[in-house]
Design a protein around this ligand. Structure first.
Ligand SMILES: N[C@@H](CCC(=O)N[C@@H](CS)C(=O)NCC(=O)O)C(=O)O
Length: 201
């Protein structure tokens, strides 16, 4: 079994977040396999045998398949601690770090998609894990205080994940993301070299 990292990628997908993360690791080697989604290369029997959802990003490391963008980013940050992108278990910042990673995946992403697709509000908002788009935006504003990063002074993998979601939402004109608190944060994180070198690639 190889300890190679294989990164199944398409630049026009959530895989862009993992690409940014891989570059932030600062020299960990990985092999990129671009799948052309227009040609349905993510739905071939070979790829479905790796990820039955037929979705990107997908990572294989040490023969283990990891899917779900937030899980991949969390996995890479923990597996390569020398990059300093995650507070490790025992560090008091670990709780805040995990909190916002899970919030990004479980709350903000579905809320953002509601806003993007203009899905009508449901009657029993309290039964939705994320309440409403507006609720998530309110929580994210609090997350960025005092800043400058989600963990305060330390840039970490959670900025890559939640920051990418915010950036994607802002590009598509999602409500509220043009406020200075988000604009300033996005300008800060997207000025990083690893972001610039992976953006759109
Ligand atoms: N829950 C997954 C979602 C991945 C996902 O939906 N990826 C899209 C691209 S952004 C995809 O591969 N779509 C192709 C398809 O479902 O046919 C994650 O967070 O990684």
């Amino acid at each position: 079994m190889s300890d190679e990292i294989v990164f199944y990628h398409n630049p026009r997908s959530r895989a862009q977040m993992v690409h940014w993360m891989l570059e932030e690791l600062g020299g960990v080697p990985y092999r990129t396999v671009i799948l052309d989604m227009e040609k349905q290369e993510h739905k071939t029997p070979e790829f479905l045998a790796i990820n039955p959802m037929g979705k990107l990003p997908t990572l294989v490391h040490d023969g283990v398949v990891i899917t779900e963008t937030a899980a991949i980013i969390t996995y890479l940050a923990d597996t390569f601690p020398q990059a300093g992108l995650a507070p490790l278990p025992g560090d008091p910042r670990r709780g805040t770090y995990l909190r916002w990673l899970f919030f990004g995946a479980g709350c903000f992403e579905p809320a953002l998609l509601d806003a993007m697709f203009k899905r009508p509000p449901v009657e029993r908002k309290g039964a939705l894990g994320y309440g409403s788009y507006e609720d998530t935006i309110g929580a994210l504003k609090k997350m960025l205080v005092p800043g400058p990063y989600i963990l305060g002074d330390q840039f970490s993998a959670v900025d890559i994940y939640v920051g990418s979601e915010l950036s994607w939402g802002a590009k598509f004109g999602a409500p509220g993301l043009d406020e200075p608190i988000f604009k300033d944060y996005l300008a800060r994180i997207t000025s990083r070299l690893a972001y610039k070198t992976t953006s759109g690639t």
